[in-house]
Design a protein around this ligand. Structure first.
Ligand code: 13P
Ligand code: SF4
Length: 311
């Protein structure tokens, strides 16, 4: 589906007038890419947010992503066109629960997934995204790591770094957990030569069936480098749609029709237009929390080198 030219024109004009940029996550409705300046995964967009000299950032994504942009760019106006777009996983832990979790594991280092609110980042030693989680955890001297909030990614990290004790919180991503082993087995049977590409938020039983495990950018780079012409994509539908658009000569199958993040799909180009035009739905972070959260994110950005998957 292509955007109405009047919407595209209005947004492009406003971007110039207001010195604004639009950042879009790969799980957004694909037509958003037509008006976005940068499209990619969480790590890529965090980097773009930290580097832009725009006055306004419109974040086409979910709340924690816009909040992360605000933490990195406190003097810029950050807008989330649909403010109700939260991340269900991020909502599974609050600061009080994290403090209790930490109290049970004195001496452990706390690593928070970027899919968490500012208060959680402020209580953590370092942040990570799915693209750099293993690298971040390996970089820490502590033997015990508390990983919050995603038990899926936590289990994957634990498997990659057996020399460390990784204790995960119980959070999970409902979108990725809806992908079942039988979905993959059935598709593997149907598409015998397909490569199975899996996001590490999936259940361990899905990860065991993967030919490749990686973040959004990891999956996209894998397709770029692979000689295969058929892929089973075990992550959110937006990734599949972008791969189909970018590689029309190859065949992509979604591991499950249920792998859709509803919160990512609320945002429409019309919402982007309204928020930019009226400068509404601004995201704020209390300064004391922001500074502590900034430290955790900055440490991550310093130790990880981006694997860009975007425009
Ligand atoms: P990425 O870090 O791969 O962008 O994933 C973000 C996310 O929300 C996955 O569910
Ligand atoms: Fe959150 Fe899962 Fe949606 Fe990602 S896919 S934003 S982890 S609910």
């Amino acid at each position: 589906m292509s955007l109405k030219p009047e919407i595209t024109n209005k947004i492009n004009k406003l971007k110039k007038e207001k010195n604004a940029v639009i950042l879009a996550h790969c799980y957004q409705n694909i037509e958003i890419d037509e008006i976005a300046d940068f499209v990619g995964d969480s790590l890529y967009l965090s980097r773009r947010a930290s580097e832009t000299d725009a006055d306004i950032i419109v974040f086409a994504g979910v709340y924690f992503m816009a909040e992360t942009a605000k933490i990195l760019s406190p003097h810029k106006k950050v807008l989330l066109p649909r403010p109700e777009s939260g991340c269900l996983m991020a909502d599974m832990i609050n600061a009080e629960e994290l403090r209790k979790f930490k109290a049970k594991h004195p001496g452990a280092s706390v690593v928070c997934y970027v899919n968490s609110e500012a208060e959680i980042k402020a209580e953590s030693d370092i942040c990570c995204t799915s693209a750099n989680a293993v690298k971040v955890v390996k970089s820490l001297p502590a033997e015990e790591i508390l990983f919050v909030p995603d038990r899926g990614l936590g289990a994957y990290i634990a498997g990659q770094i057996p020399e460390k004790k990784v204790t995960s919180y119980y959070g999970y991503c409902p979108t990725h957990m809806r992908i079942l082993p039988e979905d993959i087995l059935e598709l593997k049977n149907r598409y015998k030569n397909a490569e199975v590409l899996v996001h590490p938020e999936c259940h361990m039983e899905i990860i065991k069936l993967a030919d490749f495990v990686g973040s959004t950018s990891g999956i996209m780079n894998r397709v770029k480098q692979s000689g295969s012409d058929c892929f089973i994509i075990a992550t959110e539908r937006g990734v599949l749609e972008r791969l189909q658009r970018d590689y029309p000569e190859r065949h992509f199958v979604l591991a499950s029709e249920k792998a859709i993040c509803e919160n990512m799909k609320w945002n429409r180009p019309e919402d982007v237009l309204i928020s930019l035009e009226k400068e509404v739905h601004e995201v704020f972070v209390e300064e004391n929390i922001r500074q502590k959260a900034y430290t955790a994110i900055k440490k991550m950005l310093d130790i990880s080198r981006a694997t860009p998957a975007g425009k």
